[in-house]
Design a protein around this ligand. Sequence first.
Ligand SMILES: *[C@@H]1O[C@H](CO)[C@@H](O)[C@H](O)[C@H]1NC(C)=O
Ligand SMILES: *[C@@H]1O[C@H](CO)[C@@H](O)[C@H](O)[C@H]1NC(C)=O
Ligand SMILES: *[C@@H]1O[C@H](CO)[C@@H](O)[C@H](O)[C@H]1NC(C)=O
Ligand SMILES: *[C@@H]1O[C@H](CO)[C@@H](O)[C@H](O)[C@H]1NC(C)=O
Ligand SMILES: *[C@@H]1O[C@H](CO)[C@@H](O)[C@H](O)[C@H]1NC(C)=O
Ligand SMILES: *[C@@H]1O[C@H](CO)[C@@H](O)[C@H](O)[C@H]1NC(C)=O
Ligand SMILES: *[C@@H]1O[C@H](CO)[C@@H](O)[C@H](O)[C@H]1NC(C)=O
Length: 588
Amino acid sequence: MHLHNLTRCFPLGLILLAATTSFLLPLDRTEDVSRKGNRSEENMSKVSELKAGLMYLDADFFNDSEVLDMAEGAKEFNVPMFRVNRKLVASVDGGLHNPSVLVFNPSWDNNEASHEHEKFKYPSLPDLKRPSKEDDIAFMTVLELATLIKTKQITSRELTDIFLRRLKKYNHVLEAVITFTEDLAYSQAKKADDLLEKGVYLGPLHGIPYGLKDIIAVPGYKTTWGSKTFKDQYLGIEAWVYKRLKSSGAVLLAKLVSGSLAYDDIWFGGRTRNPWNIEEFSTGSSAGPAASTSAGLVPFAIGSETAGSLTYPAARCGITCLRPTFGTVGRSGVMSISESLDKLGPFCRSAMDCAIVIDAIRGKDPDDLSSRHIFLDDPFSIDISNLTVGYLEDAEMEIVDVLKSKGVKVVPFKLNYTVESVQAILNFTMDVDMLAHFDHWQRSGEDRQYEAQDQWPEELRRARLIPAVDYLQAQRARGKLIREVRESFTVDAFIGNATDWELVCLGNLVGMPIVVVPTGFKSIKNPPEGGTRRRTTITTGIYAPPDRDHIALSLAMAYQSVTDHHKQHPPIDDLGPNDKLPIPSNTT
Ligand SMILES: *[C@@H]1O[C@H](CO)[C@@H](O)[C@H](O)[C@H]1NC(C)=O
Ligand SMILES: *[C@@H]1O[C@H](CO)[C@@H](O)[C@H](O)[C@H]1NC(C)=O
Ligand SMILES: *[C@@H]1O[C@H](CO)[C@@H](O)[C@H](O)[C@H]1NC(C)=O
Ligand SMILES: *[C@@H]1O[C@H](CO)[C@@H](O)[C@H](O)[C@H]1NC(C)=O
Ligand SMILES: *[C@@H]1O[C@H](CO)[C@@H](O)[C@H](O)[C@H]1NC(C)=O
Ligand SMILES: *[C@@H]1O[C@H](CO)[C@@H](O)[C@H](O)[C@H]1NC(C)=O
Ligand SMILES: *[C@@H]1O[C@H](CO)[C@@H](O)[C@H](O)[C@H]1NC(C)=O
């Protein structure tokens, strides 16, 4: 989902500061008592007022300290945002302007079988030879591994062995796996090898191992959502994306870490680490898929994003990732945060691989009303030399220069929009939608055992105090934002920071695709004597308008065709002569 501690100065800072100040200062100065212990009369009266109000919302199940936090949160976050959005879209009556983006579609024809799109024509690698070292095989791209399989230089069974060995070898360092699906993997690998023996080749994912974020249901295995509350959950559901990968011949090795309920990188068994610098965590919430792909433990993995959960860990772990246009990949069988924000996407070693994987999993899912069959041009055959690409102030200039040298017209760019509550609209939409999906969890008090109390539990209690009407105003403000971004999007694509929080919120509200691209490395601060192989990764984002994922992919491919940042191998636990970091021993 997202990482609220990365939230930077938001446009509403002033309003929030004012609200915060007037609310907290008088209380803070009156008495010096701890929050859990003594309570001022003022606080107690706040609690009883809100408690009375909550009865009318059929929500009188919170304890006193929760109610106090909710009162504060409502005043600090909710009310200022209600006011801003209302000013934007609700000062004129009649509903003629700014329609909500949440659209009702009464068609009963959603059950139509998905019609197959024409597949992308990926290049062939006629001279590719199998490397002798297992580690080199582990870091090959999907396209390269597919070539080895197709030319029978390696079997799916061998690949399954190699990657399972690596997953097991490094999991105690990275804490990236929740469940190994070993038996399934060997049976899928055998099927792939048998088919190939019979001359049946299913395409570039035939026999290729991969991992799934553990919010994606696979029958016969636990689907834990990374959370203490659900850690023993078995769902008899086969997620759409898993079905698609299965029918492409891919081999599932493991259910990889989702931060608890798809928030951050903390899960019930630990906290996932960044293979480039294991002192750091991977960020989340697609923590396991990002870290495992980066470390060469799987050739690719599927993660998800509501706001930042693909882009943040891809950037931190230094790998290529596609967050596709909203609606590209069906989500049935996947834990829901927000129906209008959630999306699935691949982590890979290259943009080419992202194109190959998305080609296998895209299309209409009859059980996901938001999924669509989106026409995409073949990114492998796009002539980029007639594209105009903007770059934001914070773009990595190397990629801009490379694209320019390849004939792309590059221009300085800025997105113009007047909606100032982008981050708040994101918060509202996500939190209210999430609460609708985890209503029982909160009502029953199960949220009290959540791994990080200041994350979902606190936000979802606050969401209880968002009136339906203000939620809809936020959706109308979102509609206005989308219109403004569309008008301002005067280039074919633009390059900019992939983890800028405002842009993450904006990109997800608009549903626009982004490819995250590694563009280099920095030294870490204060390395131990004798040096270290640990590094900080540098990445940037290529943003395209909705339904133009192929443009972003083709630009990323062009860049990666002449650079090798995406081909570097992280040190994982081989750090340096005096660089001994403590590695946790008690993983589940
Ligand atoms: C708590 O409040 C009571 C009554 O106001 C007071 O007597 C007591 O000293 C307070 N305790 C602390 C720790 O402040
Ligand atoms: C009132 O509650 C707030 C928030 O829980 C706390 O920070 C503050 O210290 C409390 N004030 C008193 C006087 O107890
Ligand atoms: C680029 O050229 C192709 C054909 O050469 C054309 O179909 C496409 O519309 C052009 N794109 C732009 C942005 O001009
Ligand atoms: C959005 O929610 C996060 C997490 O609670 C919070 O840190 C952030 O300040 C909120 N942003 C806005 C603009 O309300
Ligand atoms: C109220 O719930 C919170 C968790 O949300 C818990 O930390 C606290 O101890 C509870 N307080 C009481 C008085 O039960
Ligand atoms: C953005 O707005 C500024 C000022 O109104 C204008 O100069 C600039 O051309 C606009 N940029 C785009 C891309 O529309
Ligand atoms: C990109 O955004 C992140 C998060 O706000 C920030 O830490 C980083 O410094 C930014 N990078 C650049 C090049 O501005």
